[in-house]
Design a protein around this ligand. Structure first.
Ligand SMILES: C[S@@+](CC[C@H](N)C(=O)[O-])C[C@H]1O[C@@H](n2cnc3c(N)ncnc32)[C@H](O)[C@@H]1O
Length: 233
């Protein structure tokens, strides 16, 4: 039987206060030195680079992976992934990039970086589990998650309908349409676990995978980081 790691490992990394404090510090470092745009999560594993290369290599292979895609980064933090995607020009200029996060501090920080870098990326406050937030965002062609489901897993949050991890894919799928792609990178779940949780949402099916070596996260050693791409039916 596969161990359900989502039920272990709950830690301070799963609280909004942790992320507000984290981005308050990053924001203040940035204010003293605009070159310092904060942490690139999973940098040791080149996760961001691999995600960007994946999107580039597979562009046009799914209806959602089009040059003028609407791209949503859930739990965007300092927005690093979207800024990098913009700078690498994987998508055309008219592609729309939106980063959302439940930490208001992170959203303000990412907005300030966008101004400093003069990059066209929009940021909004959105809690994935608040059905009243994000209503006017519309549907997206590409949805990205780097470390957000992992942070959610560490929260140990449970709702009437299930745990936050169990509900995650249904929350994300509501921003997708047929042919949209969800590319998600996790170090808290094995590839098998990740696929199990995401495909709880019946409209999402596995499309492609990126493999990595072993990694350390939240003090837990020997887990594998993985990226899996899903497509909405
Ligand atoms: C590990 S960080 C990753 C940040 C960013 N994706 C990156 O790669 O640098 C997890 C992010 O998820 C955000 N987050 C956690 N729970 C969330 C929720 N319910 N809704 C939106 N964002 C959330 C946190 O504020 C934090 O920015």
């Amino acid at each position: 039987m596969t161990e359900d790691t989502s039920k272990l490992n709950t830690s301070k990394l799963g609280t909004k206060k942790y992320w507000d404090d984290f981005y308050t510090l990053e924001h203040s470092n940035f204010q003293s030195n605009p070159e310092d745009t904060g942490e690139n999560w999973f940098d040791d594993n080149d996760a961001e680079l691999k995600m960007i290369q994946f999107l580039e290599e597979h562009l046009h292979e799914q209806p959602g992976l089009k040059s003028n895609a609407r791209v949503l980064d859930v739990g965007t933090g300092n927005g690093h992934l979207l800024f990098e995607l913009r700078e690498e020009e994987v998508f055309d200029e008219e592609a729309e990039f939106v980063g959302v996060d439940y930490s208001e501090v992170s959203v303000q920080f990412a907005k300030d970086i966008a101004v400093e870098k003069e990059l066209d990326v929009r940021f909004e406050v959105l809690d994935l589990y608040d059905d009243n937030s994000g209503k006017d965002l519309g549907l997206f062609d590409v949805v990205l998650d780097k470390g957000t489901l992992d942070a959610i897993a560490l929260s140990g949050l449970t709702f009437e309908e299930g745990t936050a991890v169990e509900l995650y894919s249904s929350k994300v799928a509501k921003y997708m349409q047929a042919g949209s792609v969800l590319l998600i990178t996790s170090c808290n779940f094995t590839e098998e676990e990740l696929i199990g949780y995401i495909t709880r949402e019946p409209t999402l099916e596995v499309w492609e995978k990126i493999q990595y070596g072993s990694f350390e996260f939240g003090g837990v050693k020997g887990q594998t980081i993985c990226s899996v791409a899903f497509v909405k039916k």
